[in-house]
Design a protein around this ligand. Structure first.
Ligand SMILES: [Zn+2]
Length: 329
């Protein structure tokens, strides 16, 4: 939605205090989630805009603490008994170790960090982060024409083509980087965008949950069922073996849009996933062990405004009877 239009609605919604929305919607679980907390986003996320400034994050935490009770991850399985909030982070990015975890600990809060097993210790780079790095490099690199020739497209279409590159085009991104003289390995070694094993263990010892966010972050709707299962199982195995994680929680890379019942049945039975997480705000799900979280990286909008807008959407969907997500076979 257009940010200007959203701002106008927000001003209107802002007149009513949060406590009234809480009563109207009967908020049970409030699950804010983030990717990175930083004031200086690295080139790997700068073009994706999946980050929140430190000051906004701290204000969010204060807002949630003031308005809702903090919950532990085990309490999320019992929404009828307890209501409150729980914060989580996707993609296992290292900025949260420096910029988010210390503030949460200071406020006596914990949360969950969902990691991709391939990226831990900066072993590899997520393909969307490659996209962002290439787009950043193209701003100053004189070799765009050579990339256009390689991709066999017009030079003015290069940025769009890079932006639209999918999970299965990772090798194409690698070749483009080579043409540009851009080294992903060097970036990983120098910038260290992802959490190290040592940082993960330290986060864990502070009471945080380390969860499964797949092996290398494909969009699950674009890969076959067997590969979906592999992505889940391999990361669960690594979390158990390397970090002694006993209870596995899973958050879907790119959300859970269009995913079938068979995958959820696999998760909660064979894969022994305790709870899974999506990104559809305050919606509920036909699979009650699949919980939806609220994306908080919306420009510099305050948590108060983001929450009120989520409540507003929830009330509208209630009238239309579309608050629950049903899955197809
Ligand atoms: Zn992710």
């Amino acid at each position: 939605m257009n940010l200007i239009f959203r701002n106008i609605i927000n001003e209107f919604l802002n007149v009513i205090p949060m406590a009234i929305y809480d009563k109207m919607v009967n908020l049970k679980l409030v699950l804010p989630f983030y990717h990175s907390i930083t004031d200086t986003p690295g080139a790997h996320i700068r073009n994706l805009e999946y980050f929140r400034s430190i000051i906004n994050f701290k204000a969010d935490v204060d807002f949630f603490k003031q308005n809702f009770n903090p919950l532990s991850i085990s309490e999320l399985s019992e929404p009828q008994k307890k209501k409150g909030f729980f914060i989580s982070f996707d993609d296992g990015l290292s900025e949260i170790y420096h910029n988010a975890i210390p503030y949460l600990l200071e406020k006596k809060l914990t949360g969950a960090v969902f990691v991709n097993s391939d990226f831990i210790d900066n072993k590899a780079l997520f393909y969307r982060h490659k996209v962002s790095l290439i787009l950043e490099d193209l701003k100053t690199n004189p070799n765009e024409k050579r990339v256009a020739e390689f991709l066999n497209i017009k030079q003015e279409s290069v940025k769009d083509a890079i932006w639209q590159s999918g999970y299965n085009e990772t090798s194409k991104l690698d070749q483009v980087a080579e043409i540009l003289g851009l080294s992903f390995r060097q970036y990983l070694d120098f910038y260290k965008p992802y959490l190290s094993s040592t940082q993960i263990s330290e986060i864990q010892s502070n009471g945080f949950t380390i969860g499964n966010h797949s092996k290398d972050h494909p969009n699950f709707k674009n890969i076959p069922f067997e590969e979906q299962k592999n992505q889940v199982a391999l990361t669960s195995k690594l979390l158990k073996e390397n970090f002694n994680v006993e209870t596995i929680y899973f958050s879907f890379p790119f959300g859970d849009d269009q995913l079938k019942k068979e995958l959820f049945n696999y998760l909660f039975k064979e894969a022994e996933i305790c709870l899974s997480f999506g990104v559809s705000g305050l919606k509920s799900d036909e699979f009650t062990r699949h919980l939806h979280r609220i994306p908080m990286e919306i420009g510099s909008l305050s948590a108060d405004k983001i929450m009120k807008f989520e409540c507003f959407k929830h009330l509208l969907r209630n009238m239309a009877g579309t608050n629950q997500i049903n899955r197809r076979n």
